[in-house]
Structures are given as structure tokens and as C-alpha cells.
Write a protein that binds this ligand. Sequence first.
Ligand SMILES: [Zn+2]
Ligand SMILES: [Zn+2]
Ligand SMILES: [Zn+2]
Length: 463
Amino acid sequence: MAEGDKSVKATETPQAISGTLGSDAAMKLVAEMLAGRIVNITPQYDFTNELGFIYPAVEQTLKVKGKEAVAILESLAAKDIVNKSFFDRFIRCGRCQSPHLRPSAHCPKCGSGDVVRGRVLEHFACNYVGVEDEFTVRGRYICPRCKMELRTMGTDYRSQGVLYKCRSCSEIFSVPFLKWRCLKCSSLATEDEVGVVIICSYSFNESKRNWLEFELQPKVRFMEFLRQHGYEVTENARVQGRSGAEHYIDILATRDDGVVSHTIAIGIEIARDRIGLDRILDFDVKAYDSSIRNKLLIIIPGLSEEAQKFASYQRIRVLQPEDLQAVLTGSPQPGRETVKAPFEFKSKSQLIQYLEKKGYKIQENSEVRGRSGAVHNMDILATRDEGIITHRIAVGVEVAEKPMGLERIFDFDDRAYDAGILDKVLIAVPGLTKEARQFAKRQGIRVFEAGQLEPTAEENPKP
Ligand SMILES: [Zn+2]
Ligand SMILES: [Zn+2]
Ligand SMILES: [Zn+2]
């Protein structure tokens, strides 16, 4: 079985969730939002702060400051846990980052800051143009250039309206060139040189509620449950499929039972409404391409009827919230032998004993009804019920005069498939032909080739 590359290693502690949610602080914030104690996270201006704004709700709850609070909110927004929306935009000094900037008007022609604003008058006689102040002398208008008095508007002079005048180069203009003076470092910057800060408000993304509630509690307990059953658990495991595609399995659980090894692909599908066929289909295809036959889906809140039918047909075990609850609150199974020793076949009875020790129930000459309706006789059927999944091993015993050919092993494989039994073990006496051996390997059949079925001499004879 190709289990692929398990490069993403799960941590053993509840910190596994922090892997999904980010830091512990982010987790705490999420918990507050789930509980409804924090709903909207809006910024407040605070120019004593280096950023120029703060998020009081975050700072009070998490005891973090400025940039750290923003980083937490941004990480949650990136994971779609909070929705982000525009709140305001302001500028700050490009050199020292201070938000304390004062606008100053400049002459668009010479750049001088010596600019005045006022009603601009034009003296017809000498063409002098200046602001009203320049003409005003003791309640009368006197031209500063030719010293004549301006008496009648429209005849002596006219008003151009309220404009700006540069005192350095005398340029008259309606729109000054705006620059920003930093009150902290005194640098003067143009509009293009100042930094722009966009501040946002955040709100909890309600559509993630089910997922988060699962992520924060039952998931950790579920993984713990798997470990108690002797599984190695990998979260978000990367698996290379037969097609060459790379898949991510939400939880990959593997356990080596010596005789056979189990790999379970566990998918987690959480939504607001019932989950449809497409998502189940995706999971099934992924598991198939990854050659993982044990399939389990955790479904919250439920499946559509169509999806349910498909899951049952494809032998996908589905755990809905109530099933999950039952599994997690059920008493832990008695500890089982977890020592991993390579199994060495000695005899049929020794194999049976070994499986019993691993917690399997053994039935000899068992009859199993297949998907086709046919009833198959299994030499040995080993069953282990783990609450979430039941492992069944079909053990075939084939004794013949000469090595067994393709036909018999094909028949064994076919019966197991029809019966929906995923783990197959074949005891072949005296052995297999080369083609049969290749076929067994390809079909994942564990084969023990023995000279005889039971040892005759001193090797653990069974009464
Ligand atoms: Zn004049
Ligand atoms: Zn000027
Ligand atoms: Zn500055």
C-alpha cells in the first residue's frame, strides 16, 4: 500500500490546533468570538501609538499591543475566520512612520512655501496683481507698485476671486501644491512620498462556526482516541497518488498489526448546511488514488440523501455529530498490545493466536454475504471492531500438491472484494507460482508460503 510521503508531522498536544489557527493568542480570540463576547473588532485612532490606531477589544482580551494585535487579526483573516472590511485610510511620514503630519501649501511653480491666500486684485493701470492685503492701506486700496489709489471696481481694477499667491515668484494659482510636514522628524514630503495606511475592521465569519467548534475540541479528542487504539496519526498528511497527483488527507491514521497494516483516510467535511455529493466524491477519488481503502468521513452537520447513498455504496464510514459524540464519550478500550514486532509465520494456529492477541475475533469457516448477493465461505475471518471502523481480515488457506496458480488466488481476491473485506492474507501450502505471487503483491494480499500447514515437531504445537 502506498502511504506516500508523510512530510507533515502532527504534534502530540492540543497545540495541533494552533497549527490550524495560529498562535495561542489567536485561539483565545477565536474562543471569545465563538462565545459571542467579541463580535466586531473596530479600530480606534490613537496617535500616541506607533501605528496611529489600536484595536481595544483585542488589546484588552489578549494583552497584546499594536502590531501584534494586527498580525493576529491578519492571520485570522487569511484563514477566513474573520471577515475584513475597509474602515479608513490615513497617511504617515515615509521616513519615521509618524502619523503626525501637517499639510502645507506650496507654489506649484517655484515650490516655495511662502504662499498667501486671499482675494486677488488686478490694477488695470499698471497690471499689478496681488492679494487684497497688499493693497490695503488705512481703509483704502493703494497699488503697491504704482502707488495709485484704486477707486472703482470694474474701471480701476477687478477682482479675480479668492486665490493663492506665491510671495517668492508672484505666481497666482487656484490649487496649491500640497506637501506634508512631519511634526516628529520635520521632513517635508510630497503626496507620493508619504506612506498610506489602510485600517480595517474585522468581524467573525459565522459560516466558519461549525468548523471552528469542531477544531477547538472534538478533533483533538478524536485524534487522541485514534492514538489510544494504537494508530499513528498525521494531520493534513501529504500523500502521493498513483496518478502522480498530490493529495492532502485531513487525518491519516496508520497502524501496523504485524500481519496486516491499516491505513485510514479520514476526511473532515464541515459546513453550515448538509454536505452534498461532490465533496464526498472528491474524498473518495482522493482515497482511491492514494490506494487507501479504509475511508472515514466526519460530517458536520449532515449529508444529503444522495451523498449518503454514495458513501454507503463506496463503503465510506460516516461519522455524524451524534456518532462522533458516542465514540468520544464511550469508555476507552482496554489497552492492547502495541509492541511492534515483525510477524513471523509459523503455523495457521500461531497466526490465529497472534491475531487474537491483537484484539481480533476469529471465526473459522465463516460465511459472508457479498455485494453481489453471493455467499462466500472464508476459511478464517478475523474481525476487530474499533467503534469508528471495523477491520476485517480474510484469511484463505490453500493446500495443494504443487504451487498454486493464478486462478485460485484470483478467486480468493474476488471473493474478498465482493464481501467488502479490505485486508487479505493467504496461507499457501506449498507455495505460489511466480505469476500468482506477482498478482498477490499487486492486490495487496499478504502471502505466507509454507511447506506444511502446521509444524509437526516441537514448534508450539496446538492442542
Ligand atoms: Zn498700479
Ligand atoms: Zn513661487
Ligand atoms: Zn517623520
